[in-house]
Design a protein. Structure first.
Length: 389
C-alpha cells in the first residue's frame, strides 16, 4: 500500500513536468501562420560585418540625425555568405529608432535579391542575438544552480509562457479572435500549468489555482468596466496604430487593452496565491489539529503582509518605463490635474489599480480554499464528527 501511495505521489509531482515538456515541444513546431509574410518574400535575413562606413549624406541637426549611412559589408551567413557588398542604414530623425554603425560592428541585414543577384541591402539593427543568448544561458544556469529541480521547473514555466504568448495568443489576436476570451483562456491555462509545476497535481495546486483563477477573473471584469468608464481607447498601447495601418483595421484594440490588464497582473496574482498556499501548508503540517477556519485566517494574515509590497511591485513595474514622460510633465510645469486626466496616464492608472484589485481579491480566495483543502475541511468545537476528532 505504501508503495502505491509513493508511486501516486511521485506521479502527481512529476506529471506536470512531462505535460509542460510535451506542450513546449508542440509549440516549438506549431506554425503561427505568419512565417511567410509578404514583407520577407524574395529577401534573405542574415548577419553582416560592417567593414567601412560613409556618413557624408547624414544631415546632423545636433540632437537628431536624418538621411542615410552607407556601409561596406561582408555577409556572414545566408544565401550570399562571404559576399562583400554595400548596404544602407536609413535614419529617420528618431532617437528611439535610429542607429549608427562603426567599422567592426555586426548588423542584422535584409538582402533583397533576384535570382543570384543582390538588388539592395538594408541594415535593420545591431546584431544582439548572441548576447541575448548568453544572457539567457547565464540566467538559466544561475536559476538551476540556486534552486535545483525547482529551478528547472521555473525555467520550463518561463519557456512555456513565452512560447504560448508568441505561438498562441498573438496569432489568435491577429486572426480576430475575441481578445478577452482568448486572453482569459491562455492566462488561466498558463496559471494551471505553472502552479502545477510548483506543487504537482495535488491539493496545494488546487488551492492556489482556484484562488488565482478567481483573482484573475475579478481583474478581468474590473478592467473591462473601468476601461469603458474611463473612455480609454486601445490605441494608447505602443505600436497599436502601426498595427492597424499594416492591414489589420478589423482588430478591436480596446478589447486587447482590456485583456492586457489581467494578463499583466496574472504573474503577481500567481505569486501571491502560491505564497499564501505555502504558508497555510506549513501551518497545517505543524498543527494537524487546526480547523479550516484557523488555517484560512493564517493564510489571510500572510496575504495582508504580502499585499503591501505586491501592490507597490505592480506600481513600480508599470511606471518604471514612464519616467521620461513624468520628467517632461514636470519640466513643462504641467498641473497634476491635467496629468491625471490624460488618456495614456489614465490607462496606466487602470492597469495599476485594477491589477492591485486582483491582488487584494486573490488573498481571501486563496486563504479560504487553502484552509479548506489543506486542513481536510476539519471543524472545531462541538460540531466536529467522531472521525475528525
Amino acid at each position: 500500500m505504501s508503495r502505491i501511495l509513493s508511486f501516486r505521489s511521485n506521479l502527481q509531482y512529476h506529471l506536470p513536468v512531462i505535460v509542460s515538456a510535451a506542450v513546449i515541444i508542440f509549440l516549438l513546431v506549431l506554425p503561427t501562420g505568419y512565417e511567410g509574410f509578404l514583407q520577407y518574400r524574395g529577401a534573405d535575413r542574415c548577419t553582416a560585418l560592417v567593414l567601412d562606413t560613409d556618413n557624408s549624406t547624414i544631415v546632423d541637426t545636433g540632437l537628431i540625425k536624418s538621411g542615410e549611412q552607407r556601409c561596406t559589408l561582408k555577409l556572414l551567413d545566408g544565401k550570399f555568405e562571404g559576399t562583400v557588398t554595400h548596404g544602407v542604414n536609413m535614419l529617420n530623425g528618431s532617437l528611439e529608432a535610429d542607429k549608427l554603425f562603426v567599422p567592426g560592428d555586426r548588423a542584422m541585414a535584409v538582402v533583397s535579391y533576384r535570382n543570384d543577384d543582390i538588388r539592395s541591402v538594408s541594415l535593420i539593427d545591431h546584431y544582439r542575438l548572441d548576447k541575448e543568448l548568453l544572457l539567457l544561458v547565464c540566467f538559466s544556469a544561475f536559476l538551476v544552480l540556486f534552486a535545483g529541480r525547482t529551478g528547472v521547473r521555473a525555467l520550463l514555466s518561463f519557456i512555456l509562457a513565452v512560447l504560448t504568448i508568441w505561438k498562441v495568443l498573438v496569432p489568435c489576436y491577429l486572426n480576430g479572435w475575441n481578445p478577452i476570451l482568448a486572453g482569459l483562456a491562455v492566462t488561466l491555462g498558463l496559471t494551471l500549468v505553472i502552479i502545477s509545476l510548483v506543487y504537482g497535481f495535488d491539493r496545494r495546486a488546487a488551492a492556489a489555482i482556484s484562488g488565482a483563477f478567481l483573482g484573475i477573473t475579478v481583474t478581468c471584469l474590473l478592467g473591462m468596466l473601468f476601461t469603458d468608464l474611463f473612455k480609454i481607447h486601445g490605441a494608447v498601447m505602443s505600436g497599436s496604430e502601426s498595427l492597424l495601418y499594416s492591414g489589420y483595421p478589423h482588430l478591436n484594440l480596446t478589447s486587447i487593452f482590456m485583456a492586457s490588464i489581467f494578463i499583466g497582473a496574472s504573474g503577481a496574482v500567481m505569486d501571491l496565491a502560491v505564497d499564501i498556499t505555502s504558508a497555510v501548508q506549513e501551518v497545517t503540517e505543524k498543527r494537524p489539529d487546526l480547523d479550516w477556519r484557523e488555517a484560512a485566517r493564517s493564510g489571510m494574515n500572510v496575504g495582508r503582509a504580502a499585499m503591501g509590497t505586491m501592490t507597490t511591485t505592480l506600481l513600480l513595474a508599470y511606471s518604471g518605463g514612464y519616467v521620461a514622460m513624468l520628467m517632461v510633465f514636470m519640466a513643462q510645469g504641467t498641473p497634476i490635474f491635467n496629468i491625471l486626466n490624460y488618456k495614456y496616464v489614465a490607462a496606466e492608472i487602470v492597469d495599476t489599480v485594477v491589477g492591485s484589485f486582483g491582488l487584494v481579491s486573490v488573498a481571501p480566495f486563496t486563504a479560504l480554499s487553502a484552509g479548506i483543502l489543506l486542513s481536510g475541511g476539519r471543524r472545531s468545537g462541538p460540531g466536529r464528527t467522531a472521525e475528525e476528532k
